[in-house]
Design a protein. Structure first.
Length: 128
């Protein structure tokens, strides 16, 4: 018997493909990638890269909350950027959302992301 449950919230963008916002297995939650979509309009947020990065963290936070946790419960974070020159900006904004100990993390340069986004993040959360 599976102890897998799907996590879904209207406070984050709906899945735009064949995936769930998150899947919980035991005390581990696997967070699908979030791009800077406004959950109300399902369009990319307006503004600069800082606005995109902040929206992604807000979207992740909403999914974490729906799963019974918070950003502080993320143990592994993957960040995908179409322009790695935004690495320092990600660090600055991430410091507003996370406290030490920070999660393990990877920052990966990619050629393209869905809907023309400049950033996408996914992660793994552990909750008790």
């Amino acid at each position: 018997m599976s102890n897998r449950s799907l996590i879904s919230t209207d406070n984050a963008p709906a899945a735009i493909g064949t995936y769930s916002q998150a899947v919980k297995v035991g005390s581990t939650v696997y967070l699908s990638g979030q791009i800077p979509l406004d959950p109300g309009t399902m369009t990319l947020v307006e503004g600069d890269m800082a606005a995109q990065i902040s929206q992604v963290f807000d979207n992740l936070e909403a999914v974490c909350s729906a799963a019974g946790g918070s950003l502080k419960d993320i143990v592994k974070l993957n960040i995908f950027l179409t322009d790695l020159s935004h690495f320092a900006l990600v660090n600055d904004i991430m410091a507003r959302y996370f406290d030490t100990p920070y999660p393990a993390r990877a920052a990966i340069g990619v050629a393209e992301l869905p809907k023309g986004a400049g950033v996408e993040m996914d992660g793994i959360m552990h909750i008790a």
